[in-house]
Ligand binder design. Structure first.
Ligand code: G3I
Length: 384
């Protein structure tokens, strides 16, 4: 089930020693007095459990964000492009593919021995405008096939796995009425997986979605994978995006979901992990969603700094969740964070723009947060 590990090249021992030395030297006085485990990177700490990844952006790949690039190389053994391989960027005009940026991502991962996850081939969002204007079923089918196969074929042998289809489900577990479903029916799902496999037989193929811990959606995702398998499509893994909060979903929901997906006999992956610490306007009972919360202190309470009390809660939440991941590490092949540090997280702009969120393990200055140490503790605590 855990093909990921066997594909991922092991770090050479001398490289590990070098990384450890660099980290030790770089430690400030406070860190030097801290635990031995701090000299371990995330990828090293969890090397017997699963690979650890991050979503990365163009600034990092082009090394304009040199600190981000350094962190990516030191801490993570897999990366996912946050935006740049989506349809609107890869094929902005019909049949005209823009490979330049994507090639740089692949080069970065190859050069640094980091496994690459392609994100994504088929998604109703961030589509190119021309696709939305297609009216005939035949043309849409041919365009979808060409998109999937041209991109998958280009990166054969250089990509570990593809999010072949992203977010095809509604919250109640039924199929989302996307442009693809509307015109092509559920065949588009089966065909997309088959086309991807044909173009790059060695890449792993995943279905990826959010809210995968909710009961109805979970049932829908399981049904979807079974439908794909029954129709002869190869599915290697299921991606639980994991855009979670401080209390939701519950630990029970997370564990139940991991076990339910693993029962399909495929890899379970945590693909877009982050934990928002900010209030969600949709939680406010009776609140009108269209209400403008911009500039509202109530909705953006930590503009200067995250209070220690919340930082501690976040660290505990990460620790609790990672304890579940570790417990089921025979079923989980990868845990990817959606971003390198708090400053670049999409959660600063969603669901309200221009807020200051703190959802990841590294702060805006690229320092390790208490949440980082919470996660690392799980790796080193043999009782967990
Ligand atoms: O690049 C333009 C910039 O030129 C422009 O000035 C600016 C003005 O808004 O927009 C920039 O584009 C933004 C882009 O991110 C790059 O930063 C888009 O507006 C913004 O919508 C886009 O958001 C991305 C979102 O997907 C789009 O759906 C997020 O960064 C990205 O993290 C997010 O990732 C998705 C996964 O692909 C699928 N799962 C959910 C996840 C979170 O939404």
């Amino acid at each position: 089930m855990k093909n990921f590990k066997s594909h991922y090249p092991k770090l050479k021992p001398n490289l590990l020693i070098a990384i450890s030395l660099v980290l030790i030297v770089a430690c400030n006085e406070k860190n030097i007095t801290a635990k031995k485990s701090e000299t371990l990177s995330l990828k090293e700490a969890f090397k017997n459990e699963f690979v650890i990844g991050a979503a990365v952006n163009d600034q990092l790949i082009f090394e304009e964000d040199s600190l981000g690039a350094k962190l990516a190389k030191e801490e993570f053994n897999t990366i996912t492009p946050e935006n740049s391989m989506k349809w609107m960027y890869m094929e902005p005009q019909q049949g005209v593919f823009e490979f330049e940026t994507a090639d740089r991502y692949i080069d970065f991962s190859t050069k640094n021995n980091i496994a690459f996850i392609g994100h994504n081939l088929v998604w109703h969002s961030q589509l190119a405008e021309w696709v939305k204007k297609i009216t005939s079923k035949e043309e849409l089918n041919a365009s979808l096939k060409n998109h999937v196969q041209t991109i998958a074929a280009r990166y054969t042998g250089k990509i570990h796995g593809w999010d072949v289809v992203n977010e095809a489900l509604n919250e109640d577990g039924t199929l989302r009425n996307s442009l693809f479903l509307e015109k092509l029916g559920p065949d588009y799902l089966v065909n997309s997986f088959k086309w991807a496999e044909e173009a790059d037989p060695k890449a792993e193929l995943y279905y990826n979605d959010y809210n995968m811990t909710r009961k109805e959606k979970r049932a829908g995702a399981i049904e979807l994978v079974k439908m794909l398998q029954k129709n002869g499509a190869r599915v290697d893994g299921i991606g639980m995006q994991a855009h979670w909060g401080l209390t939701d979903p519950t630990l029970e929901e997370i564990e139940t979901s991991i076990l339910a997906y693993a029962d399909l006999g495929i890899q379970v992956m945590i693909t877009e992990f982050d934990i928002t610490v900010l209030p969600n306007p949709w939680d406010l009972e009776g609140a009108e969603v269209s209400q403008n919360f911009e500039g509202s202190e109530e909705m953006n309470p930590y503009t200067k700094k995250l209070p220690d009390s919340v930082s501690t809660l976040l660290a505990k939440r990460y620790k609790d969740i990672f304890s579940i991941f570790k417990k089921h590490s025979d079923k989980i092949s990868r845990v990817t964070f959606w971003g390198i540090n708090d400053g670049v997280s999409w959660l600063n702009n969603w669901p309200i723009e221009n807020r200051t969120n703190y959802p990841l393990l590294f702060d805006r200055e690229y320092n390790k947060k208490p949440a980082y140490y919470g996660v690392l503790e799980v790796a080193t605590d043999s009782t967990l």
